[in-house]
Ligand binder design. Structure first.
Ligand code: HEM
Ligand SMILES: *[C@@H]1O[C@H](CO)[C@@H](O)[C@H](O)[C@H]1NC(C)=O
Ligand SMILES: *[C@@H]1O[C@H](CO)[C@@H](O)[C@H](O)[C@H]1NC(C)=O
Length: 315
């Protein structure tokens, strides 16, 4: 009886949405079509439970998805543990605040019980990041699924991440190489409405006079750094709320990283920052679209990927 219900539900949803398989083999209803309809609710429930316990993990999950996609494509490679013979992406110095791997492990274990060998780690991470955005108060959106997991995770590939010392033209170039416009880059940077940076990531700004940095806020950053390189500085006043206060902070010269403040300091992107600071709905709309696009970077199909049994280990 329960089985019949699930089948009716699947047929209904597939018909209601039409069959919209993209060229990359991904589909909004991928897991309904392969007979594993409870994937989305399982991910959402476990993410929600983890974030109720520790709301700071929302930032961690979103950042992990970004790093996954920018290094070798969205293929779960950021989740791989280093081995005796291989130093993985996650052990690069850029990993500073990467956390939340246990949440992904818990989701994977539950889904392996329900649908063994079907749900990729790359999809789990993309869905978890999406659910974290919504949990924190951001936009709700659907993402295509069907990514396969990659078989490579190497520390040297992390060179592809943008540096926090980048200026606006360097950021535009780095994101442009991935197919993003300047506006999409600014929208994605808005993820810094959540979470923190450690002193090590912004202390470069404190050595010389910086006209793009508010003088009171410079003192705040110096105070944070006086407690050491790993002391945390929230990006905006509400580190666990997805809102547009990050952009308001940039307008007030209260940006934390060089790569944050440059978005307002540079005439190349200042108008976009002003628009998002003024209009949160516009930021939410652009962010949601840019996140879907980010989730499509160099997605792997069956020929280049697999579905791992354990997200930390290549099969
Ligand atoms: C524009 C280029 C970007 C640069 C240079 C950059 C750099 C950084 C740095 C240095 C940190 C702090 C790490 C630490 O000190 O612990 C950070 C944190 C973070 N980044 Fe980015 N990032 C960028 C874009 C993005 C994007 C596109 C996303 C997601 C869509 C993102 C999400 C986050 C989040 C959520 C945090 C806080 C993590 C936490 O509190 O656990 N960043 N980023
Ligand atoms: C980050 O990398 C360092 C080595 O650079 C490693 O000691 C540390 O365990 C890594 N952190 C995480 C969370 O993987
Ligand atoms: C941005 O950085 C690049 C590379 O370091 C440099 O050539 C360029 O002049 C910088 N642009 C601005 C506006 O400072």
């Amino acid at each position: 009886m329960a089985n019949l219900l699930v089948i009716v539900l699947v047929i209904h949803q597939v018909m209601a949405s039409g069959y919209r398989m993209g060229a990359n083999g991904l589909d909004m209803n991928y897991y309904l079509m392969v007979g594993c309809p409870l994937v989305e609710p399982v991910v959402k429930n476990i993410v929600n439970r983890a974030l109720q316990h520790d709301p700071t993990l929302a930032a961690a999950l979103i950042r992990m998805h970004f790093h996954d996609c920018f290094i070798q494509g969205c293929d779960g490679s950021i989740l791989i543990d280093s081995t005796k013979d291989n130093t993985a992406e996650k052990d690069s110095p850029g990993n500073l605040s990467l956390r939340g791997y246990e949440v992904i492990d818990e989701i994977k274990e539950e889904l392996e019980r329900q649908c063994p060998g079907v749900v990729s780690c790359a999809d789990i991470l993309a869905m978890a990041a999406r659910d974290a955005v919504f949990f924190a108060g951001g936009p709700i959106y659907d993402i295509p699924k069907g990514r396969k997991d990659g078989r490579r995770s190497k520390i040297e590939d992390t060179i592809n991440l943008p540096f926090p010392t980048f200026n606006a033209s360097e950021l535009i170039k780095a994101f442009g190489q991935r197919g993003f416009s300047a506006q999409e880059m600014v929208a994605l940077s808005g993820a810094h409405t959540l979470g923190v940076a450690r002193c090590a990531s912004f202390k470069n700004r404190l050595n010389q006079a910086d006209p793009t940095l508010d003088s009171q806020f410079a003192k705040t950053l110096s105070r944070t750094c006086s407690s050491g390189d790993t002391t945390e500085q929230p990006f905006d006043a509400t580190r666990n709320d997805f809102d547009n206060l990050y952009f308001n902070a940039l307008v007030r010269k209260n940006g934390v990283l060089t790569s944050d403040q440059t978005l307002y300091a540079s005439p190349l992107t200042r108008n976009i920052v002003n628009a998002y600071a003024f209009n949160q709905a516009m930021f939410f709309f652009d962010f949601q679209q840019a996140m879907v696009k980010m989730g499509l970077i160099d997605v792997k199909d069956e020929s280049k990927g697999e579905v791992r049994q354990n997200c930390r280990r290549i099969l």
